[in-house]
Design a protein around this ligand. Structure first.
Ligand code: DGT
Ligand code: CA
Ligand code: CA
Length: 575
């Protein structure tokens, strides 16, 4: 197996970590860290240099000892020093380094002073409050460690919004069918369209004699009933998802809905405003003394405290209350505002349907245009298109557009942004397309300056139209790559290009907070499905939810424009 520079760098990094946990000489530790960087960032393959008989000690920071180690690694794939260090230290201790916020220095202190060697021991130490007293830790750090460890151990498992929606939709339909039930709504983080939810909070308005509680507990998905009473119950579904149910009478439904929709921070802010007006607010209503002045609808509750109804997606105490008081709440984008979708795949690459099938599915959702944007050739796993296959697809689209009525197919590509910011297809081919969606699919670990530069250079291409899934994160499985998003947003503005809000359930990228920035900077957002099959257009609902959390209005959304207006914004029509 060939040894790459990155492999050598990783070994030197681990040696440095272990030496640091051991409390070795700082100079020695630094020597390994420097060597890891030198080799990792070196432009040529160190193994090839050795094979060519070149002298490695000419590299900065590489002396005889390290040159010998490099030779050992290249020749044997192993390093005796690393093996020895691993034996000298508790075997699970390097796992502690994977906990965010824990570097070798802290791991050393935890091991040395508290005897912590495993994640479980770390968890207990944090939970029992033994960490805060260590030098250099404190209460805040202890809490952060506890949260990181819980996330790491999966004890606070959250569900992706789209997954939770599958369970929520069928449970709501079931509850609506129970006699005496008047209203059912999923509240909590689900209603605020957060990208993940901890549990479902379902609110029901029902007549007093409704059997809704019994029927809830006997729902066939229920695995375990945690608690049950006349007005509240909690169950765990077979999927592991917890559901809390509350039953209220209709007079309290609006105030209960406000309360259980949250967020908690928003509720607290609303309560403060109520108090200033001499009112008391809780899940049963808004009261002046003993008298209920509001509570049946959410609007009545907000009206009682002098506010217009605030959409659930904004209820995060992120400025929505000031905006409401000033009459400046945004008129949030709605699913029905979308006129098209600018990112979809077909059978030609890794999708499951034909162009025609995709077009019909989009049309049946009320869309008037759809861009077909296959992967480009570098993405071989997806059978990406080379120029020849792409141009053939363009011909097919021309033919289909002649035959289809009521929907227009746009020619596009999801082109890979290469390491140096050039695109994976020549300009002569990109010039044939309506839309060029550029995407980072490789080298997620470039240093910040390089990653940013790479994306800015890609946007400089005159055909570049939309930056796909701009941060690269996958919900709870991949961190965003390190890049200067503000600069990227501003560059998009300068270049007349756009950012995507990818509605794929694993992505929901652009994040809500960056949507807000894009809006402020005047950059339009394309809410795209990234559909690989005809069902995937359903995901646009979650993309719109995320956009609403980012305060976007229809006028901030590229694909809320009718086709004629959209065309004016595309590269072919740029001045
Ligand atoms: P989650 O489940 O972690 O995704 O987030 P939420 O927001 O759904 O939180 P959850 O299920 O604990 O509670 C549902 C709502 O109930 C929450 O959004 C606001 C309300 N709530 C819960 N606890 C409190 C509280 O202590 N004070 C106030 N004012 N509201 C609360
Ligand atoms: Ca919840
Ligand atoms: Ca809950």
């Amino acid at each position: 197996m060939p040894i790459h520079n990155a492999d050598i760098a990783r070994i030197f990094e681990e040696i440095a970590d272990l030496l640091e946990i051991q409390g070795a000489n700082p100079f020695r530790i630094r020597a390994y860290r420097n060597a890891a960087r030198t080799v990792g960032e070196f432009g040529r393959d160190v193994g090839a240099l050795l094979a060519a008989g070149e002298d490695l000690t000419r590299l900065p920071g590489i002396g005889d000892d390290l040159a010998g180690k490099i030779r050992e690694i290249v020749e044997t794939g192993k390093c005796a020093l690393l093996d020895r260090l691993r034996k000298e230290l508790p075997s699970a201790i390097t796992e502690l380094l994977h906990i965010p916020g824990l570097g070798p220095k802290r791991v050393r202190a935890l091991w040395h002073d508290l005897g912590v060697q495993t994640i479980e021991q770390l968890y207990r130490a944090a939970r029992d409050g033994r960490i805060r007293s260590l030098a250099g830790f404190g209460e805040k750090t202890e809490l952060k460690i506890l949260q990181s460890v819980e996330a790491h151990l999966g004890t606070t498992r959250r569900f992706k919004l789209a997954t939770a929606a599958q369970y929520a939709d069928s449970l709501v339909a079931y509850l609506r069918g129970v006699s005496g039930v008047r209203q059912v709504e999923v509240a909590g983080s689900f209603r605020r369209m957060r990208e993940t939810v901890g549990d479902l909070d379902i609110l029901v308005a029902a007549q007093a004699k409704s059997p809704v509680m019994e029927r809830f507990a006997s729902y066939d998905e229920v695995k375990e009933v945690l608690a049950g009473g006349p007005t509240r119950a909690s169950v765990i579904l077979r999927s592991g998802l917890q559901v809390d149910l509350r039953v209220v009478d209709e007079a309290s439904y609006g105030s209960a809905l406000v309360y259980f929709t949250g967020s908690k921070a928003h509720n607290i802010a609303i309560r403060r405003i109520a108090q200033e007006r001499g009112l008391k607010i809780n899940e049963y209503g808004v009261f002046r003394g003993e008298r209920r002045v509001a509570g049946e609808t959410e609007a009545s509750v907000y009206r009682a405290v002098g506010l217009p109804l605030i959409p659930p997606e904004l209820r995060e105490d992120r400025g929505e209350i000031d905006a409401a008081q000033a009459g400046r709440l945004p008129k949030l984008v709605e699913l029905s505002d979308l006129r098209g979708d600018l990112h979809a795949h077909t059978k030609a690459t890794d999708g499951h349907a034909t162009i025609r099938e995709m077009a019909h599915a989009a049309q049946s959702l009320g869309l008037e245009y759809l861009a077909i944007t296959e992967h480009s050739r570098r993405l071989t796993v997806a059978h990406g298109l080379d120029p020849q296959r792409l141009l053939k697809q363009c011909d097919e689209i021309d033919r289909l557009n002649g035959a289809l009525k009521g929907i227009t197919i746009l020619k596009g590509i999801e082109v890979d942004i290469l390491d140096d910011g050039t695109l994976d297809l020549p300009d002569s081919v990109l010039a044939e397309l309506d839309i060029v969606v550029g995407a980072v699919h490789s080298k997620f670990d470039l240093p910040r300056a390089k990653q940013t530069e790479r994306i800015l250079r890609a946007m400089d291409n005159r055909y570049f139209t939309i930056l796909a899934h701009p941060t690269g994160r996958m919900i709870e499985s991949r961190e965003p790559y390190d890049a200067d998003m503000l600069r990227i947003i501003r560059h998009a503005r300068q270049r007349g290009c756009f950012l995507e809000l990818n509605a794929h359930p694993e992505r929901l990228d652009l994040l809500d907070t960056w949507c807000l920035t894009a809006r402020e900077e005047g950059v339009l957002i394309a809410i795209n499905s990234d559909a690989h099959g005809t069902q995937d257009f359903q995901n646009l609902r979650f993309g719109v939810g995320q956009a609403r959390r980012g305060w976007l209005e229809a006028k901030n959304v590229l694909n809320a424009r009718p086709l004629k207006e959209l065309r004016k914004l595309l590269p072919k029509h740029r001045p």
